[in-house]
Design a protein around this ligand. Structure first.
Ligand SMILES: [Zn+2]
Length: 144
């Protein structure tokens, strides 16, 4: 989707053409830093859906990013582990000495799948695993 859509500045509510789609909230660096500073000094209500309609120009729209970070739970833990692997891989390509660390970490993580210990096996007797690579829950048969 490459439509040239104009965004509304989250600070001054002027329309602008985003240079970076999706991530740009403000028309200019000035608005971005003004919004940042006023966010730091003002206590904001977490639920102000009508803010865009009622607030005057100099009050910034409350940020909602914090809310989307809530409830990530296990996935976040998995991402952390995945990031640890990535950083080790990066390190490893520069410094061969850390190869042992990497092997150790991969063993600890059972490579890709983690057994989810607070869930029951399914009707086929397969166990739930968290797939680090795809970030999904999968059921795997465990050979005994
Ligand atoms: Zn602006």
């Amino acid at each position: 989707m490459e439509d040239t859509k104009f965004y509304t500045c989250a600070y001054c509510y002027k329309e602008f053409e985003p240079k970076r789609r999706r991530v740009q909230k403000y028309c200019s660096d000035t608005c971005r830093s003004k919004a940042y500073h006023s966010r730091k000094t003002k206590v904001q209500s977490p639920d102000s859906k009508s803010a865009e309609l009622t607030v005057p120009n100099d009050i910034p729209t409350p940020k909602r990013e914090n809310m989307s970070m809530a409830g990530v739970g296990n996935a976040a833990a998995g991402t952390l582990a995945a990031n640890a692997i990535k950083s080790l891989l990066t390190k490893e390509s520069n410094k061969p000495a850390t190869k042992g660390d990497l092997t150790q970490l991969l063993e600890k993580l059972n490579n890709r799948y983690h057994l989810v210990t607070n869930m029951q096996p399914n009707f086929r007797g397969e166990y739930p695993y968290y797939d680090l690579v795809d970030g999904v829950l999968v059921y795997l048969r465990v050979n005994s």
